[in-house]
Design a protein around this ligand. Structure first.
Ligand code: S3P
Length: 426
């Protein structure tokens, strides 16, 4: 589907986003694993989280929508139904990778599949460390879905992460919570910490490294989850407000987890007028309200390697800010962008060229020199929701009508994007 956008006049109003996608996936997984009834409030309405729910339905978990809650009747340890068909993770890397850790610990065989994009994304990154635990995993071409997982008996592991990835970390922790003896997962570069927070895993720091302990003692119990709003979905609206004249936006109930608010930190350092107006905590996850106002003079800053995992999903929309800010916008140490829903370095560089930006592409990033002087106002989403939304925001900031091709991918994270844009723009 093609979607057109025009320059907006201003942003004004208030938005509350549906539940954070990463926290929603984990709420579903932990509720499914726990024995008995759990309730999840403000679950994400994204296609990705629907994929996680569909996989657990196939494993015998019951889900019911009861008023504003998703009720989950979890099976408890070693009580899942063996799947009668392949488990389809759709477009969701988080579903495939987190489930691989959980499935490796089950007493039945299973097979994970995904859509065309997910079938091109690397899976040996989770399969290899899981195999070190004793998992029986076979991948297509040693790296891709379909992933066949045989029943096997696992051993605990002490593993230092080779790639800064919350998905790999969480897959290993999900396997580790099935074992009597303790596993230790060590991170040099911190990644989003929802799994260890929500499971209350003992965490220690040594010589700048984070060490997370996990064992059967940490197996989830049934609970009530209240998922804070998705800060990654909010970031598109934050940027649109900063870059539009006479604009003001309030965002209610946003996740303010420290491992996720790198986008706010970077935008503030660039000169963005963003204030956290209230902050609280719910079940260990910080959340609060944000006030965002137009900010005329933004300047690009150096992005340190350490902050990259914290803003990995926000780099496409940050690159839009980057071309309006003074100085060049440069991203390095972000090779991971090449293995997201699409090769995001390629997608950003090609679309920026269409926008008349001077582009230098690196294996691990890019340099952009703005401002935009469109050669063409037609951008490709490459089937990637965050690319689609980022260039839609650009379309609302430049003259002439902009078209985004294959815009339907937005429902992967935020099916309400267009409705929310309509609500706050004039
Ligand atoms: C996610 C982790 C990140 C992120 C993805 C969601 C998660 O991936 O890009 O959108 O929920 O754990 P990596 O951990 O592989 O970087």
């Amino acid at each position: 589907m093609k979607q057109s956008f025009n320059k907006i006049n201003k942003v004004e109003g208030e938005l509350t986003f549906r539940g954070d996608k990463s926290i929603s996936h984990r709420s579903v997984i932990f509720s499914a694993l726990a024995h008995g009834k759990s309730l999840i409030k403000n679950i994400s309405n994204s296609d990705d989280v629907a994929s996680t729910i569909a996989c657990f339905k196939e494993l015998g978990v019951e889900f019911n929508y009861v008023e504003e809650y998703l009720e989950v009747i979890g099976r408890g340890i070693n009580s899942f139904k063996a799947p009668s068909k392949q488990l389809d993770a759709g477009n969701s890397g988080t579903t495939a990778r987190l489930l691989s850790g959980f499935l490796a610990a089950q007493n039945f065989d299973s097979e994970l599949i995904g859509d065309e994009s997910l079938s091109k994304r690397p899976m040996s990154r989770v399969a290899n460390p899981l195999k070190l635990m004793g998992a029986d995993i076979t991948l297509s071409d040693n790296n891709y879905l379909p992933m066949k997982i045989g029943k096997s008996s696992l051993n605990p592991i002490e593993y230092e992460m080779e790639i800064a990835s919350a998905q790999i970390k969480s897959a290993l922790l999900l396997a580790a919570i099935h074992l009597n003896n303790e596993s230790k997962i060590i991170e040099k570069l911190s990644t989003r910490d929802h799994t260890e927070r929500m499971l209350q895993l003992p965490t220690f720091y040594d010589s700048g490294k984070k060490i997370i302990h996990a064992s059967l003692l940490n197996y989830p119990k049934n609970s009530i989850y209240n998922v804070p709003g998705d800060i990654s979905s909010a970031s598109f609206f934050i940027v649109l407000t900063l870059l539009s004249k006479n604009s003001e936006l309030i965002i209610r109930n946003s996740s303010l987890n420290e491992s996720r608010i790198g986008i706010i930190e970077v935008l503030q350092k660039m000169g963005g007028d963003i204030t956290i107006v209230s902050q609280r905590s719910d079940m260990g996850e910080p959340l609060g309200d944000l006030l965002v106002r137009s900010s005329e003079h933004l300047s690009n800053i150096k992005l340190d390697e350490k902050i990259i995992p914290n803003i990995i999903d926000e780099l496409p929309i940050l690159s839009i800010v980057g071309i309006f800010a003074s100085g060049d916008f440069e991203v390095r140490n972000a090779k991971e962008l090449r293995v997201k829903e699409t090769d995001r370095i390629n997608a950003i560089c090609r679309n920026m060229e269409r926008a008349g930006i001077m582009v230098t592409e690196f294996e691990d990033g890019f340099r952009l020199s703005g401002p935009p002087i469109p050669q063409s106002n037609i951008f490709e989403s490459y089937g990637d929701h965050r690319i689609a939304m980022s260039f839609a925001i650009l379309g609302m900031l430049i003259e002439n009508e902009t078209t985004i091709n294959d815009f339907e991918s937005v429902s992967i994270s935020n099916p309400l994007f267009l409705e929310q844009i309509k609500k706050i723009t004039s």
